[in-house]
Design a protein around this ligand. Structure first.
Ligand SMILES: [Fe+2]
Length: 489
């Protein structure tokens, strides 16, 4: 393994990540004209991101990072120029709370102020703040506790909740992490659901949706599960959906319904729960293999593919859920560390399961070139959290080649990174023939920049484009190879 570091080490105190939690209430649309370097001519398309745009409404703070209202940040890139726009998803929560300037809905970790009676019987609202996808001709914003919202990809206007022509029923939720099914053009997603009740209470399942390239639910399946896990993501290979059902338990729903506590308050890592892995054939929608391993949890997955008898799965492993402590107290959080980048091999013939550690650095938000989804890939990119003597929120990013070579870019103290997202260059003909986007928050100046790197060498950016304001720390993004935003044309 070789590691190329670009580290800046300082012994003086640097500002923390907390400034990046400030609201961005204004909605902007402008060309980025503060540019260092050159925006590549062979980079054309639209980089969409989603994440909380505000952590406060009026003078009230949300109780968890997951509860801030979803705000799209959109970089449209064309002929060497970049246009920026941001716009909130007009969920009922956003509209009502903006009008009243106070918390009106419960959240994953937020109670409505005023005590138990204000909260009893109320389920968390959907802020539609986690991820997005452009598939079947529509831009959908995603949040795992509810249904998607359909947003116009060119005007960013919100059209409303999206149901796939009724295929996604009111009682159903839809994860924020759907995946392409290999090269079929289909997109697969899941959501926690119920198979009814027996004498022990509700029987839980994952509802699995296979959606064709026209945006129609082509196949639907249900995978029974034995407990109610925190299941944020899954993996999809060329023909399988792979569910790691981990040791993070959601706790009892009773006190939540009684208004006594939030879902986030009850969530926790239970080492007595082994992690199981279910492999579902996406033609038959039936479980075809189940593996069991020690306690653990996977928050995010990278690529997966079949290699002979084996299914290979890239994943970020954790043996705890201390991250929830930081997420539920973001204004005071001291650090946010990621997981351990592992590559699992599931032998479908023998039933054996093994893994290797791909990177020694705490990391999260794994991404890869989506044009090789479900096939053997050359590289995985992720945000990293390194110890540099300062606040250790995500403060760098890395490229991990398939054979284990690592290139790490450590940001200078006081700069904080995000999910690195890959975009192929125009007429790309190789896995790493493209660029990597990194949105960086500069806590010294309280503003943000879009940095563009060559994916094959992330040591120095080819272009850095400074925004006129900060962008709050966000979650996930999506690359679309068309220039979609009206204003950018
Ligand atoms: Fe996520």
């Amino acid at each position: 393994m070789t590691t190329i570091e670009d580290a800046s080490v300082s012994t003086t105190a640097a500002p923390t990540m907390h400034g990046g939690l400030a609201n961005l209430d204004e909605e902007h649309s402008y060309w980025l004209d503060d540019v260092e370097g050159t925006v590549p001519a062979d980079l054309q398309g639209t980089f969409y991101r989603n994440g909380p745009g505000r952590q406060m409404i009026g003078d009230q703070k949300y109780g968890h990072w997951f509860d801030g209202c979803g705000m799209l940040s959109v970089f449209s890139i064309d002929e060497g120029k970049v246009h920026f726009a941001n716009r909130y998803v007009r969920t009922p929560k956003y509209v009502k709370e903006t009008a009243k300037q106070q918390i009106c809905y419960r959240g994953f970790g937020t109670q409505i102020p005023g005590g138990i009676l204000k909260n009893v019987g109320r389920m968390p609202a959907n802020p539609s703040n986690t991820n997005l996808v452009y598939h079947g001709g529509k831009l959908l914003t995603l949040y795992e506790g509810g249904r998607p919202f359909h947003v116009d990809a060119t005007t960013l206007e919100t059209h409303g909740e999206y149901t796939y022509d009724g295929g996604l029923k009111r009682s159903m939720v839809f994860s924020a992490h759907g995946h392409y099914l290999g090269q079929t053009g289909d997109w697969v997603n899941f959501g926690a659901g119920s198979l009814g009740y027996d004498k022990n209470g509700p029987k839980m399942c994952f509802n699995i949706f296979r959606i064709d390239s026209a945006g129609k639910v082509k196949k639907f399946g249900q995978l029974p599960i034995e407990h109610f896990p925190f299941a944020h993501d899954f993996a999809v290979s060329g023909k399988y959906a792979i569910f790691f059902v981990g040791s993070i338990s959601m706790g009892s729903i009773g006190p939540v319904m009684l208004g006594q506590r939030t879902i986030g308050d009850g969530i926790g890592f239970d080492p007595s729960i082994p992690m199981t892995v279910s492999v579902v054939d996406l033609d038959t929608m039936q479980e075809v293999r189940k593996f069991e391993t020690g306690a653990g949890a996977i928050i995010h997955f990278g690529n997966a593919f079949e290699d002979g008898d084996e299914v290979v799965v890239d994943a970020m492993f954790a043996d705890n859920f201390v991250a929830n402590d930081a997420l539920s107290d973001v204004f005071n959080a001291k650090e946010l560390r990621g997981g351990e980048f592992r590559r699992y091999r599931l032998n479908m013939a023998s039933g054996e399961m093994s893994h290797e550690v791909m990177s020694p650095t705490n990391s999260e938000f794994p991404t890869f070139n989506q044009t090789v989804a479900g096939q053997k890939h050359e590289a995985t990119y992720s945000a990293v959290s390194v110890e540099n003597g300062h606040n250790s929120f995500f403060n760098g990013f890395q490229r991990v080649d398939f054979d284990g070579d690592i290139q790490l870019n450590t940001l200078a103290p006081g700069y904080f990174g995000s999910e690195p997202l890959f975009a192929p260059s125009k007429n790309s003909n190789a896995d790493q023939d493209g660029y990597l986007f990194e949105v960086v928050y500069n806590a010294h100046e309280h503003n943000s920049s879009l940095m563009i790197f060559r994916a094959a060498d992330i040591a120095e950016p080819v272009a850095t484009l400074k925004l006129k304001h900060h962008l709050p720390h966000q979650f996930h993004g999506f690359w679309h190879d068309k220039v979609m935003l009206n204003d950018a044309r």
